[in-house]
Design a binder for this molecule. Sequence first.
Ligand code: NAP
Length: 531
Amino acid sequence: MADLDVVVVGAGFAGLYAVHAFRSAGLTVRAFEAGDGIGGTWFWNSYPGARCDVESKDYSYSFSPELEQEWSWSERYPAQPEILRYLNRVADKFGLWPLIQLSTRVTGAAWDAATSSWAVTTDDGGGVTARYLVPTVGCLSACNVPDLPGLASFEGPWYHTSRWPKEGADFTGKRVGLVGTGSTGIQVAPEIAATAEHLYVFQRTANFAVPNRNRPWLEEEEAAFKEHYREYRADARQSFLGVPVTGTGRPVLEEPREDVQRLFTQRWQAGGGMPFLGAYTDLLVSQEANDVVAEFMRDRIREIVDDPAVAGLLCPRGYPVGAKRLCQSDDYYAMFNRPNVSLVDIRSAPVESVYPGGVKTAAGSYDLDALVFATGFDALTGALFAMDIRGASGLPLRTAWQAGAQAYLGVAVAGFPNMFTITGPGSPAVFSNVVLSIEQHVEWVRDAIVWLRDGGHATMEPTVAAQRAWMEHVSQVANATLFPRADSWYVGANIPGKPRVFPWYVGGCGPYRAKCDEVAAAGYQGFTLDG
Ligand code: NAP
């Protein structure tokens, strides 16, 4: 008999809710968390300027109306420290601490067919067995540090934004090099520029960023909103992105240009990425339509940035808006008007090496006191492969996914009985308000486990055919959009040697939920029970 019903790996948004949901269903559960605190991505990414790009009222749990009413967000978009406080409050309120083992990394998990359980090993030399394994390791947790020749020789401190020191980093009066201009780089850059003697932003690919228009969440606004929170959440669950967004419902290409300009200007002034890309129906499916929004955004960059040459370099080209995650910042572009900030184009003159006192590119040398890498993550698979997960017949997950990550409905993998992935491949995950997706996945998995228990079943595993059919559907839906068309972490292009696959379901949260419910109602169609 296994020690536990469920082992959960990770204690971020997903792990915390999984622990709560499974325990509430009468299951025995323990979560292992590598960090010495809870919060997952919000624990590790404590770099200055870290802030969520989904609004606070959406980027929060919906499972408890009481929590929803008693917690008060201070700003429209939550900053990292506030999200971390929120998650700690959740752990306190729901008594989750005794079920979480901190500072313990799961090193492996092996399926034992004889006992129908998982043997889970941890880096403290311990181990535990469980009937179900639920990795909640997040899609963006294994960090990517570029393998630059000479980095080890650099004499100053260097940091990756997702492993920021808890004591912080002081850049006052320093010459700082920042590599990476994705969502993270765009957030951290203005914070560094505010105190550094000089900031050099090493840009390989320019990114599109819309304003946040972040502001305090006013008390009266909050009170009025909270009166209809339940109805709002119900709408969110059925929505496309997990956040209700109002669009025109019409294609941009059929609209008069003045109307388009007016609406984009309004949405630019209101702030936020989802309302911007959700304004018209064809922006993410037609290149010609996408060009309209791209040109609008390039015009704004040229308006904000004083030096035309710098503005020109900051204008993204060569991929559709939205095919890389749309960034959000109120002050990134304007930062380049500061005399202590330089943009270094490493597309035309790549970084060649790091020397003890700086960075050498094909065009010149930059003397630096500190280096910051905002170079992203080995998304989706990085954190899962960091554990040695072995399914039926000892098959390593790494081998099962060598041509690309696959799962049935994003939650279960053929060959890996009783393992349920939260925000796994084939789910809306990062293409949605991820907190809402996490809740949906966890609840679906909880219900499946309870159904198995009540029906006296020992194991559950998707068939290869069901998994293949689902992933084909995922690809078909994606290929009808512009999403797979950029080289980004969405397709694994940021990690050398990683297979180029677009594993995200972009058919919408509402339809995805309906499909998952339909599979469950049909007695878990597409799954094999008891081997
Ligand atoms: P990212 O989007 O993958 O961006 C990484 C940046 O580093 C890119 O500019 C990339 O250039 C550059 N880079 C990577 N390797 C490099 C190399 N060897 N040499 C030079 N440049 C290199 O990573 P991220 O900014 O950390 O964001 C990842 C995701 O986290 C986001 O898309 C978002 O989903 C999430 N996030 C969200 C927020 C938020 O909510 N506001 C904030 C931060 C992160 P290329 O484009 O040329 O590859």
